[in-house]
Design a protein around this ligand. Structure first.
Ligand code: GTP
Ligand code: MG
Length: 370
């Protein structure tokens, strides 16, 4: 297994979703004490989101990963007000969170053209600074790439997430009967007859303890955060990571996945979710499906049969439960239609909410507004 993961890492090792860089604003220029001249301000460092840019390209182009803006010009007899230093513009991929070394989020760049100032240049020398300039700001920051997708696949390893993605979209992710086949997120697009598109992110399998970064859980959970809709994928027959790990039924896998999301970030449990019960072609799948549905419907009764630390504070409410088989294709059309419907319903709800808020803002005293 170790050999296998190394081979896979060699193959997929070029994918990067985090890059640490050094940024420094330019120093200000000297003032001119005798003539009262002001030095120019130092240049600033900006991040600019650009289509088709990748973190890997930034790293290849700037192996030292230092981005320093130009110095402000000194004040001189010919030019009393020194010119501003040259700004340094770093092109980054859209869908980036900018994070400090101590995990503080400074901001996000979500779409091409978004800009963010990350290090301001120093101030040019002037009367207030006794004509001495100040240095530019300097930081070490992380460019943290999150996938922006409509739907994120969430499940234990081997549940059939990649198989499902390859059936419902044009993507061809690797599929194999060992855990952790997928080690990097991959995007697929579902194309509908009327050209509507829904993007789906295949994420590496989560395991128990993912919230505490077990199995590099954080790396994968962070991608879940940005998807609009979660698609839980479970194996109707349950899951066992290895012979020394406990066997988990389909119900237990749903409960554990919910708990892992909740422990990682409480807000995740408010995300809209659909449940795909996969491998319905296997023997006894129908009985197991009925059992799972019964357990989910009567969650409050069944949760007492589980260890306490496995049970989430709130049961996730699935918008739909869809039995299917990625192998035979049974049920996958229902899933494709269902994903579109829930995404459109959500968008409509958000729009209504927005209009309601606007109405309230226009008539603050009108309590009759819905
Ligand atoms: N019988 C049956 N097997 C399936 C089905 N879907 C997937 N499988 C098998 O389950 C195994 C795992 O499938 P993957 O699609 O790689 O699973 P995954 O969830 O992407 O796994 P990781 O990438 O490891 O997280 C493969 O051997 C698939 O052929 C199904 O509907 N029925
Ligand atoms: Mg996979």
């Amino acid at each position: 297994m170790v050999w296998l993961s190394r081979a896979l890492l060699r193959k997929y090792g070029t994918f990067m979703d985090d890059l640490r860089i050094y940024v420094r604003g330019g120093p200000g220029g000297m003032g001119h004490p005798r003539l009262g001249g002001e030095g120019g301000n130092g240049g600033d460092v900006w991040l600019i989101a650009q289509k088709r840019m990748t973190l890997k390209r930034i790293k290849d182009k700037y192996p030292v990963r230092r981005f320093i803006a130009g110095p402000g010009a000194n004040s001189s007899i010919g030019e009393l007000k020194g010119a501003k230093g040259k700004d340094c513009e770093v092109c980054v991929p859209p869908g980036i969170s900018v994070i400090t070394d101590d995990k503080r989020v400074l901001g996000e760049l979500n779409k091409p053209g978004d800009r963010m100032l990350v290090a301001k240049g120093g101030i040019g020398g002037c009367l207030a600074t006794n004509f001495f300039p100040t240095k530019g700001q300097k930081y070490i920051i992380h460019l943290d790439l999150k996938l922006v997708a409509d739907v994120g696949l969430v499940g234990f390893p081997n549940a059939g997430k990649s198989s499902l993605l390859s059936v419902i979209s044009q993507a061809k992710p690797q599929v194999a009967d060992f855990p952790f086949t997928t080690i990097q997120p991959e995007l697929g697009v579902i194309k509908y007859a009327d050209w509507k598109k829904v993007t789906v992110a295949d994420l590496p399998g989560l395991i128990e303890g993912a919230h505490a970064n077990k199995g590099r859980g954080h790396k994968f959970l962070k991608h879940v955060e940005r998807t609009r809709q979660l698609l839980f994928v479970v194996d109707v027959s349950g899951f066992q990571l290895s012979p020394k790990d406990p066997f988990r039924t389909a119900f237990e896998t749903v409960v554990i996945l919910t708990k892992e999301l909740e422990l990682y970030k409480e807000e995740l449990r408010n995300k809209s979710a659909v449940l795909a019960v996969n491998k319905m072609d296997l023997p006894n799948a129908q009985e197991k499906l009925h059992e799972l549905i019964e357990q989910l419907q009567r969650f409050e009764d069944y949760k007492y049969s589980l260890p306490r630390d496995m049970v989430p504070d709130f049961a996730i409410k699935f918008r739909e439960i869809i039995p299917l088989s990625a192998c035979t294709g049974e049920g996958t059309e229902d899933l494709i239609e269902c994903l579109r419907k829930v995404i459109e319903d959500d968008a409509e709800e958000k729009m209504e909410d927005f209009h309601r808020k606007q109405l309230r803002a226009l008539h603050p005293s009108d309590t009759r507004a819905p």
